[in-house]
Ligand binder design. Sequence first.
Ligand code: ARG
Ligand code: MN
Ligand code: MN
Ligand code: MN
Length: 298
Amino acid sequence: LNISIIGVPLDLGQSRRGVDMGPSAIRYAGAVERIEAIGHQVIDEGDIRVDMSSRGQHGDSNLKNLDEVIQANTDLAKKVAEVVERGRFPLVLGGDHSIAIGTLAGLADKYKNLGVIWYDAHADLNTAETSPSGNIHGMPLAVSIGLGHESLVNLYRDGQKVKPENVVIIGARSVDPGERELIKEKGIKVFTMHEIDRDGMTTVIENVIAYLRSRDVDGVHLSLDLDGLDPIYAPGVGTPVPGGINYRESHLAMEMLEDCGMITSVEFVEVNPTLDVKNKTGDVAVRLMGSLFGEKLL
Ligand code: ARG
Ligand code: MN
Ligand code: MN
Ligand code: MN
């Protein structure tokens, strides 16, 4: 693959500082070297510029730092679209999960029937009306299917970027009441921790792949929130939830996704080195990249 790394040092989509250092932590853990060693060609495109000058000084308390989130995501969408246009594979490093708004908007230029795998403890399907926190990182999946504040929904290009029936959530274990209703209403496919425990990760990923094939998708974006993993393996995240996906299950999932050959873009988000233990979470992100990009033991 010809991979382009895009860093997004944005922490304004949530309320804890430090996730803006996620791209540095993942680079420091050796992302470029690890992927190049597999045989891929990598260009580090650097970071999207984020305006931090007015943090917390204005804006709606149900949509915290809206202006700054829009600015960074608009720039990110342009960059992702340009990278895809150049025939390259985007690997986006967050930053908080609000950056998925920009990534998916940029991907929508090329992919008209994109599949999305949302690997996360959360559904990120809130709107300003249903959000318990006002944090935009809890809203990107809702925005991308066309629901929420119009300035987010119409960011970079107008309207829905992804069809709700092309979305699969894996690892959910913290879902707010408004999100639960939306999942039912839109028929969004969710594999919660219950399905992972009951059926095993092998069956879950087989089902995910079969489902996305049945949707006849023209590409698949993997949006990997490190809090999808159990906090034992990924402690450096702002919204940890116990009872998560373990290290081996996560590697297996990445290996199976690599084998299916459907993944066309990836993002790793929510790595917060200030909450981490010796960059453990940045490290696990890079190890998972190894499996996802085809590292083989034998
Ligand atoms: N559901 C909660 C909220 O809306 C938590 C969201 C956490 N999202 C994340 N990307 N880590 O605030
Ligand atoms: Mn401003
Ligand atoms: Mn998330
Ligand atoms: Mn999450």
